[in-house]
Design a protein around this ligand. Structure first.
Ligand code: NAP
Length: 515
């Protein structure tokens, strides 16, 4: 057969699974319009050979689609429990049914005779694969072992337990991809960097899932996300890398809105969710990948300060940094854009000079609000669960503290909730209805989109400013710092709200199916 040349393969292969052949083909049919490269995971079928007739019909009616047949054995992380001989038989029949590629794991290949492998290779392009479900290590030694088996593609899939494992994987691909046709990536939530940037390191293709619920490997991103959120087809050597770093980070809205902003403003950049279990790990990646800009989130906003080469005095005063820029010279500069996230939505609604503003809380977000508002001439009051912390902040920002008992007597232009009370539920509120005497109530929490405090504020006659506005405005300021361009705020807000709504729908669907 004519060997498949790597350059002819699309860059994203979608792994398709199903529990019966009709469903497998139905899924494939719904995917082919956007995806010209599919992997049929035959091992997910209770009887893998039962899918072959339908696969033949499919490949005949879609000759432009590249199809991989895989029947991974359970000892290698798949679901097939048959013998090696029956696995080989299924793959050979898969090739006869029109699959141009077959995937066989190293563990099996080393137990086969060279003639058996050659027969398979005569029938289809041969992907020899290796999976490590625990770690990313010994890559050179593994490749050495793999290349003793003649194959068309060598696929090395490991597990990232640190962000730096992605660097290890990408250096490995860069070093070896001119000698061999390599496919390399790291599984796991921390493997996202290699899934998106692996192609530019030299991986021939990468893998995407059909949907969030149908992932065939941990941390797999959907093919749709790889294309539309991360614009993987456009990632090249000049693409600047940005990311949100924290622990945890998987629920961050930042990748959705920042990638949308980069796309809208035609910036050649990609923005990733970086699950950093330590700052040391994160900073090593910032230097090696390199990463040009970071959104820093919990729990690193304070701790990151001492690793920066420079910060503006304002960020030092706040004592927390949520934005890092890596300059041309490799130096790291820190900023705090949470203050802009509070100030901008308020400036759009009222004159801040001499306005009376109450901030609930005295943590990082409250500090950004207090300093940002004081700078604009507002009269700022602080109320915190721990009075000592409020007093300390008030002293350093020249603000005032109040007692909760005084709330009913005091009138404010704005009350800002900078505590986590009300996050993730609609029951809790930091204030009671009769304690809300203000024209505006600014809620920093954005999940749920309408908190108990917001409902009480409306009942008390106040106008509410939802937390998503702060989130979008602090992100907009980051975008401006990194790119020097005005941020497409409306587009960012639209994507943020849409993403929250999608999540709510998914959450409800999950609850309904669990009932
Ligand atoms: P933080 O540094 O941990 O500070 C939390 C503050 O809330 C502290 O002052 C703490 O008081 C107080 N607090 C915590 N639990 C409380 C409770 N059960 N009752 C009363 N007060 C309580 O957190 P942060 O980073 O400032 O974040 C605060 C909130 O703002 C979070 O909900 C966060 O999600 C939100 N936020 C939103 C955005 C956005 O873009 N929309 C950006 C940043 C933060 P003590 O001093 O007594 O511990």
């Amino acid at each position: 057969m004519a060997r498949l040349r790597p350059l002819r393969l699309p860059r994203v292969c979608v792994a398709v699974t199903a529990s019966e052949p009709g469903e497998l083909i139905e899924k494939a049919e719904s995917l082919v319009r956007d995806n010209e490269f599919l992997e049929f995971r035959l091992d997910y079928l209770p009887r893998p050979a039962s899918g072959l007739a339908k696969i033949k019909q499919f490949t005949e009616s879609h000759p432009h689609v590249a199809v991989v047949a895989t029947c991974r054995r359970s000892v290698s992380g798949g679901k097939f429990r048959g013998t090696i001989a029956s696995q080989l038989d299924i793959l050979a029949k898969g090739a006869a049914a029109g699959c141009q590629l077959v995937d066989l794991e190293l563990q099996t290949a080393t137990r086969m005779k060279p003639q058996q492998l050659q027969r398979l290779r005569n029938a289809a392009a041969f992907i020899l694969s290796y999976h490590d479900f625990r770690a990313t290590k010994d890559l050179e030694r593994i490749l050495e072992k793999m290349v003793s088996v003649p194959a068309d593609f060598y696929k090395v899939v490991t597990t990232a337990t640190t962000l730096y494992d992605n660097v290890v994987m990408m250096k490995f691909i860069e070093k070896n991809s001119d000698k061999y046709s390599l496919v390399g990536l790291c599984m796991g939530e921390q493997g996202i960097i290699s899934r998106v940037l692996g192609l530019r390191a030299g991986s021939i293709f990468t893998f995407g899932a059909v949907s969030q619920d149908e992932r065939t490997a941990p941390g797999q991103v959907t093919a749709q996300e790889l294309r539309s959120t991360y614009r993987i087809e456009h990632v090249d050597a000049a693409t600047r890398v940005y990311g949100v770093a924290g622990d945890p980070v998987s629920h961050s809205l930042s990748p959705a809105i920042m990638n949308a902003a980069l796309q809208r403003e035609t910036v050649n950049g990609v923005y990733l969710a970086l699950h950093a279990k330590s700052l040391k790990d994160l900073l090593a990646c910032v230097r090696e990948i390199p990463i040009h800009g970071l959104s820093v989130t919990m729990p690193y906003k304070e701790a990151v300060l001492r690793y920066l080469d420079n910060t503006d005095p304002y960020t030092l005063k706040i004592g927390a940094c949520n934005t890092v820029v890596r300059a041309q010279d490799g130096k790291l500069y820190g900023f705090n854009t949470d203050a802009a996230g509070v100030v901008r939505p308020l400036q759009q609604r009222l004159e801040l000079e001499n306005s009376r503003i109450l901030v609930l809380g005295a943590g990082g977000a409250a500090r950004a609000a207090v300093f940002g508002l004081k700078e604009r001439g507002a009269e700022v009051y602080i109320l915190n669960r721990t009075p000592g912390t409020a007093q300390k902040l008030a002293r350093s920002a020249r603000a005032r503290t109040i007692k909760r008992a005084d709330l009913k007597k005091l009138l404010f232009d704005v009350i800002i909730n900078a505590t986590p009370v009300g996050m993730g539920n609609t029951r809790e509120s930091p204030l009671k209805e009769d304690e809300i005497k203000a024209r505006y109530v600014f809620e920093m929490i954005y999940d749920p989109p309408e908190t108990r405090l917001m409902a009480l504020a409306k009942a008390a006659g106040a106008q509410v400013i939802p937390g998503i506005e702060m989130f979008v405005q602090q992100a907009a300021r980051q975008f401006e710092i990194w790119t020097g361009k005005p941020a497409p705020v409306e587009e960012m807000q639209r994507v943020a709200i849409l993403t929250l709504q999608d999540r709510e729908v998914a959450r409800q669907r999950k609850e309904n199916t669990q009932r």
